[in-house]
Design a protein around this ligand. Sequence first.
Ligand code: AMP
Length: 283
Amino acid sequence: MRIIRTIAELRDAVRAARQDGRTVGLVPTMGAFHAGHLSLMQEARTGTDLVVVSLFVNPTQFGPNEDLSRYPRDEARDARLAEGEGVDILFAPEPAEIYPDGFATTIHIAGITEVLDGASRGAHHFDGVATVVAKLFGIVAPDVAYFGQKDAQQVLVVRRLVRDLNIDVRIQAVPTVREPDGLALSSRNIYLDPDARQQATALNRALAAAAEAVDRGERDGAAIVDAAARILNDAGITPEYLELRTADDLRPVTVLTGEALLAVAAQVGAARLIDNRLLRVSA
Ligand code: AMP
């Protein structure tokens, strides 16, 4: 595996692979790898010939009061794990390589970024995500890019980005990898002390309770959300949001028909956690 720090060098490596007729897969990450990241790399390894993983803690998607400065960083460990998954290139640029002096462009996607995490964290968050992902697509021009369903709204934002800007890349969403007790893996789980770690299991239990309500025949959006809210409340968690929205464009759902996304964000101990679950009405 090569570790590459400059855009010029990465372009050369990708160009050489393309000339050999190889397809290119991209896995964008902020590092601190866990089994969720590794599952994206495995998908890329299976689906494409040259696997590029980017490791960049993107400052523009963090708010002033968020955890940019303490975000976990361990490049040596990440490099070992990526190499173990058969990754070809780890692209780990310095911030100035991505945002040189005079950098002046922001990509803003309207609508779907204005709810859930966009409302909770502020518009800068998905502006930062869309801009850095567009840059990575411009640099690598991958055939396929892999994103986790754990960040369901991010997947929708990236799909909208490539459709609106006619970027020729296939977006593949990968299922959420969870701990045995259901907690979604996240780089931020290391902020959880033992009590908060136990409390955090309520997120997935709440989503499961909503799914059970649907299985029992509940179709009223508010009642479905309430089934989840009760579990959070019992665990002493006040969510930043807990909302049932359409799975493709995040409109509010008052009556469930077909498929909808139940999404939650909450501060649990020292970590801000998100999770989601697709709820389906079987035909
Ligand atoms: P991050 O490093 O947190 O920006 O995440 C990089 C990629 O890994 C994103 O596409 C995430 O959605 C994905 N990801 C994060 N956690 C998980 C998980 N538990 N299961 C699957 N994918 C994940």
